[in-house]
Design a protein around this ligand. Structure first.
Ligand code: PEP
Ligand code: MG
Length: 572
């Protein structure tokens, strides 16, 4: 019988597909380094057995897909199979086991990651496209070696249903097969929701009842615009949802026309819409949707879901690739922002009572300068290949900014002395996401080249409302006049010092907020690529002087709903 549940709408669009229910401990842990009782022969035998099993699985998948969906759709599995048969891959795994004393699972993951990176960086689009296949294969091997089925490896289009999805779980979901997702916890600004939006995957968070009720394989409708989840819809309901899904797709297609246009408000003022990315895989979408730059590269995703830290060369290759693909467009890379809901186990940091208020982001980097310096060097080396800005997350004091800049200057001097090619200038920016930083924006503006407002954290810290807690959704609102006041203060300080100010938190992707931000003097809005056409279209209907007047009026509102009502007037 059909049942409908309500959660928080976190990523718009309508998905209709069978459920893939992820058990609470369903995500395989990153394999640990070889233990003291390391047995190379046993690891080798384990790897060879897993290899054979993977070949059998893939051959079966290829044949089943060919029978059900045709030969073309089955090609992907045939390609995976031929990669698995490559002796170079097997010998690299065996070398990892025998020489580096890695467990079979670690060696398989390391080898597939290395080959994937080589392909991604080869400069040949056909090879680069195979990089994800290799990573997929790595996951398959690790799963077989761990002896279980990985519920996040999808084999058909599914709605993923889970108590929680970590950001790294979300990042490794197969985009083509993930129709949507429903999670019990989280909010619109938890990182799995942010990723869902940037991938254009309809999603609902904060829906524990739906998660409890949905059985694996049940037909589920996810409406990521209203937060409704319908399980086992009856035929009439299904028809209705199919109609809504078609209407949604038609609107999305209309909006695509805005992908290739410059961003202008109704009165002709130019703004920049940039993309938030979490890795090289997001670049094609960013370019296809007409991103005018990258406003936020969340580099912590390079550090997640792995047993070791990314090396300087590995990071350099990634940053260089991003800069080269973006050409003349500006790329703002944020230094490692671990902590909060973004756990980075390979840093080996102790557990904290209040991780969102703990040793995270710049605080951690200033403690672990060994880790920070590696990233700064990789960034500086990459700076020669495009237009790079480096920004520091979670700055609370000017001393933190000075310390980060001093380390950057030291690394720059050392690299220059070694003759490494570097860009003449690399601008440095401060993320304004702590009220202390907004209140002292004037001081910070004297010592940096740009601001980027992280409205997700700025809202969380201003309202003292954990961004992961669905019960606090009524407080987690960036249009609250208290948050708007801090944004206005930041924009005014930037204006007085003549430095640009952007917003890269989720509010930038909300058309009403986007108009308000433009009205307050923000000149760059950065968002998940999927939202770019929507915001561009919305801004084309906004008269900037009116938006400016309304934004100032909203600062005087007593409540968030009142402020929002005022701001909505920008579109009339
Ligand atoms: C923010 O806090 O608004 C932001 C952009 O950073 P993140 O969401 O990654 O914390
Ligand atoms: Mg933040």
């Amino acid at each position: 019988m059909s049942a409908t549940y309500r959660g928080i709408a976190v990523s718009p669009g309508i998905a209709i597909a069978a459920a893939r229910v992820v058990p609470p401990d369903g995500s395989p842990a990153a394999p640990a380094r070889g233990s003291l009782a390391f047995d190379g022969a046993a690891e080798l035998a384990g790897f060879r057995a897993a290899l054979e099993k993977a070949k059998l699985e893939l051959a079966e998948l290829r044949d089943r897909t060919a029978a059900e969906l045709g030969a073309l759709k089955a090609e992907i599995f045939a390609a995976h199979l031929s990669i698995l048969k490559d002796p170079e891959l097997a010998s690299e795994v065996e070398r990892g086991i025998l020489e580096d004393h890695l467990s079979a699972a670690e060696a398989a993951r390391a080898a597939t990651d290395v080959f994937a990176l080589l392909l991604a960086e080869s400069g040949d689009p056909t090879f680069a496209a195979r990089a994800d296949d290799l990573r997929d294969l790595g996951r398959r091997l690790v799963r077989l070696l761990d002896g279980g089925a990985d519920p996040l490896v999808l084999e058909r289009r599914s709605v993923v249903v889970a108590r929680e999805l970590s950001p790294s779980d979300t990042a490794r979901l197969d985009r083509a097969l993930t129709a949507g997702f429903v999670v019990a916890g989280g909010s619109a600004v938890s990182h799995s929701s942010i990723l869902a939006r940037s991938l254009g995957i309809p999603a609902v968070a904060g829906a524990p009842d739906a998660v409890d009720a949905i059985r694996d394989g049940a037909l589920v409708v996810v409406d990521g615009s209203s937060g409704l989840v319908t399980v086992d819809p009856d035929p009439a309901e299904l028809e209705l949802w199919r109609g809504k899904a078609a209407a949604w797709r038609a609107r999305a297609e209309l909006l695509e026309a805005f992908a290739g246009r410059p961003t202008r408000t109704g009165d002709g003022t130019k703004l920049a819409l940039a993309a938030n990315i979490a890795g090289t895989a997001d670049l094609s979408d960013a370019l296809a949707r007409g991103a005018e730059g990258v406003g936020l590269f969340r580099t912590e995703f390079l550090y997640m879901g792995r047993a070791d830290l990314p090396s300087e060369d590995e990071q350099y290759a990634v940053y260089r690739h991003v800069l080269e693909r973006m050409g003349k467009r500006r790329v703002i890379v944020r230094t490692l922002d671990s902590g909060g809901d973004k756990e980075v186990p390979c840093l080996g940091m102790p557990r904290e009572e209040n991780p969102f208020l703990g040793v995270r982001a710049i605080r951690l980097c200033l403690e672990r300068v060994d880790v920070f310096r590696v990233q700064l060097r990789a960034l500086l080396r990459a700076s020669a290949h495009g237009s790079l800005g480096i920004m520091f997350p979670m700055i609370a004091t000017v001393e933190e900014l000075r310390a980060a800049k001093a380390l950057l200057a030291e690394e720059r001097a050392a690299l220059a002395a070694s003759g490494a090619p570097l860009a003449d200038t690399v601008e440095t920016g401060v993320m304004i996401e702590i009220p202390a930083a907004a209140l002292r924006a004037e001081v910070l503006a004297r010592e940096c080249d740009f601001f980027s407002i992280g409205s997700n954290d700025l809202t969380q810290y201003t309202m003292a409302a954990d961004r992961m807690n669905p019960a606090l959704a009524r407080l987690s609102r960036p249009c609250h006049p208290a948050v708007l006041a801090l944004i206005a203060m930041t924009a005014d300080a930037a204006g007085r010092r003549g430095i640009p100010v952007g917003v890269c938190g989720e509010m930038a992707a909300d058309p009403v907020c986007a108009a308000a931000l433009a009205g307050l003097g923000v000149t760059e809005l950065s968002m998940g690529s999927a939202s770019i056409p929507l915001v561009r279209e919305a801004l084309s209907r906004v008269d900037l002087p009116t938006a400016a007047r309304l934004a100032r009026a909203a600062l005087e509102a007593e409540t968030e709903p009142e402020a929002r009502r005022i701001l909505e007037g920008a579109f009339q």
